[in-house]
Design a protein around this ligand. Structure first.
Ligand code: FE2
Length: 406
């Protein structure tokens, strides 16, 4: 990457995503760091992209405290997941405004939407160009600060942005989507609703687990994922209850999990989760975590005929056993049961029927969507429709309170 004035310029032909390093996070109240960073970039017309509902007083205070010479354009979003439809109008508005920097403050959806706007600004409004790597052109990328307000998606550490077209999930990927600066301020997490803290934390842990067994993982990405799992093991439950030290720890876990999947990508549990989110409204992290114990069982049954990992089935089994040990401590129970126990701790049924998936047609739709998502070729076991539909039909191993949470 070369820097020229306020622009970050990427030369990308053939660039491997696995070589990209995320910028180091900064852990302190974000406002002063942000102004300092914008000053360094000489940004006078930043685009400020935030959630509409959450943190309203803090964002309002921020808007009124920008230095006099700075004129930000504020674009608030209020959507459960990022869509093309949602981003079209703001993109036109942003193109007219011609910003010289981007500040994104929000959860995974907002960070992804900010990345999409950044991509649209770099390409003069063309988003299709980012659907495949390598993108054909060298673009000028606006510098971007990402300030996550949930400890979950790790989007602040990845060069991807999820974008749904209707109910079909697509993904933009480009080295230029990786934010230049990440500010982690744990005070932003304090007022989050418990359900969001839970869904976000489950997403971070699921991503780290999937990252470990992804066929695209490297030793380095696995080390990041292992560290993320260790932190989540010790802090996820208390972070969901609002314990400040644990929230701060989970922010780190989410960042590490984002860094890990920046190399490895996510796998089958994420692929299967998308239909649960778009059709049944289940929040992203919870949807992934409902699929995860099933995917553990599915992957544990791999053999040489369906193993997609060049290291072979034994290596994959060893990686799953390592996750089991990391998460379970000295005398771990089977990994799928450990994962279902997280759900039962939150009083959530692990049975997909309790979340709306009651018949074979529903299961078929979820599996068809997953197979189209491009997230199954990273999974160690080849994903075929029939065994997957069966896998979704299986009852969970445990039967805690049958209560679904959307
Ligand atoms: Fe995720």
């Amino acid at each position: 990457m070369t820097k020229a004035g306020p622009w970050a310029e990427w030369e990308i032909p053939g660039k491997e995503l696995s070589l990209i390093k995320s910028p180091p996070p900064t852990d302190s109240p974000f406002e002063s760091c942000l102004f300092e960073q914008l000053e360094r970039w000489k940004s006078r017309r930043p685009l400020l992209i935030t959630t509409r509902q959450a943190l309203r007083p803090r964002v309002q205070a921020l808007l009124s405290s920008f230095p006099a010479a700075t004129e930000p354009l504020h674009i608030p979003f209020s959507v459960p997941y990022p869509t093309y439809e949602e981003v079209e109008k703001p993109l036109r508005k942003a193109l007219r405004f011609a910003p010289d920097g981007i500040v994104a403050i929000g959860g995974g959806t907002v960070l992804d939407l900010a990345k999409v706007l950044r991509a649209g600004l770099a390409s003069g409004g063309d988003l299709e160009i980012f659907s495949n790597l390598p993108a054909p052109t060298t673009f000028k990328w606006l510098p971007m600060v990402a300030i996550p307000t949930t400890a979950g998606s790790g989007s602040e550490a990845t060069p991807f942005a999820v974008l749904y077209r209707g109910t079909t999930k697509t993904s933009l990927q480009h080295p230029g989507l990786l934010p230049d600066r990440v500010l982690l301020d744990s005070s932003l997490l304090a007022d989050l609703p418990r359900s969001i803290r839970m869904s976000a934390g489950l997403d971070a842990l699921a991503q780290a687990i999937e990252s470990c067994w992804s066929v695209c993982a490297t030793e380095e990405s696995r080390a990041l994922a292992h560290e993320s799992i260790r932190i989540a093991r010790d802090h996820l439950l208390s972070a969901v209850e609002g314990q400040q030290t644990s929230l701060k720890a989970m922010q780190q876990a989410a960042f590490l999990s984002g860094q890990a999947i920046a190399t490895s990508r996510t796998t089958l549990a994420h692929a299967l989760s998308y239909g649960l989110t778009t059709e049944y409204g289940t929040s992203h992290g919870l949807a992934v975590f409902l699929m995860l114990p099933r995917v553990v069982r599915f992957n544990q049954q791999l053999d040489t005929s369906n193993c997609q990992d060049p290291d072979g089935p034994e290596a994959v089994q060893a990686r799953i056993a390592e996750i089991e040990r990391l998460l379970g401590g000295p005398s771990p129970s089977p990994l799928d049961q450990q994962l279902e126990r997280f759900l039962s701790h939150f009083n959530i049924s692990p049975d997909l029927k309790d979340h709306g998936v009651r018949d074979n047609q529903s299961r078929e739709r979820i599996v068809t969507g997953a197979l189209r998502s491009g997230r199954t070729n990273t999974n160690p076991r080849e994903a075929r429709a029939e065994p997957l539909i069966e896998c979704l039909a299986e009852p969970p191993t445990t039967h805690p309170t049958r209560q679904a949470l959307r």
